[in-house]
Design a protein around this ligand. Structure first.
Ligand SMILES: [Zn+2]
Ligand SMILES: [Zn+2]
Length: 184
């Protein structure tokens, strides 16, 4: 089994060759420095049993559970997108309240506040849209594999790692989304 050469989505010059045992994520050396310091690490190849075990469960018995999670994420996302008018109103109300409570209602200060919140909101919507894409792609891939694959060994190791990363990313995306929403 050769080492899969998959570039890190966040650090495109680095190869995904590490496995964080704590976060159960496939990462690169930069990811490790940025987000996984002091976490137990394995070389990717040495984690293949863990990865294959999880994938096997996802592709067989736990599939419904994962699909449920993905569906939850998708529903949340489509609600977010359809509620964007309401959200925009809420953002405006929030701005008004913030503006009211500010001691000095100097015009320029209010404008800065509005611009700041608008930028945050626009970034949030962009993030949500990216999440829809990731989650949908992952679900499609799982469904596709379920049709054609009987055994985990039928899938190439590189593909296994890619799929594993996608699934983790989809599940983590939802958490990130909720966190960002709180910050607005
Ligand atoms: Zn990375
Ligand atoms: Zn970690």
């Amino acid at each position: 089994m050769a080492e899969p050469i998959i570039n890190c989505g966040q650090h495109t010059n680095e190869i995904l060759n590490l496995f964080c045992c704590k976060c159960e994520e496939v990462i690169c050396v930069h990811c490790m420095i940025d987000n996984h310091q002091k976490h137990e690490m394995k070389h990717l190849f040495d984690a293949r049993k863990v990865i294959q075990g999880q994938l096997k469960r996802i592709l067989t018995t736990e599939h419904e559970h994962i699909t449920g999670k993905i569906k939850e994420a998708k529903d949340f996302v489509s609600n977010e997108l359809s509620d964007s008018d309401t959200d925009e109103k809420q953002v405006c109300e929030h701005i008004e309240k913030s503006a009211e409570s500010a001691k000095n209602k100097i015009e320029s200060q209010t404008k800065d506040l509005i611009d700041n919140l608008k930028t945050k909101y626009a970034t949030y919507i962009q993030t949500v849209q990216a999440i829809v894409k990731t989650v949908t792609e992952t679900e499609t891939k799982i469904l596709e594999l379920r049709k054609s694959v009987n055994d985990i060994d039928d899938i190439e190791w590189t593909q296994q790692v890619e799929l594993f990363s996608k699934i983790k990313k989809s599940i983590n995306s939802l958490k990130t989304m909720v966190k960002i929403k709180k910050d607005i």
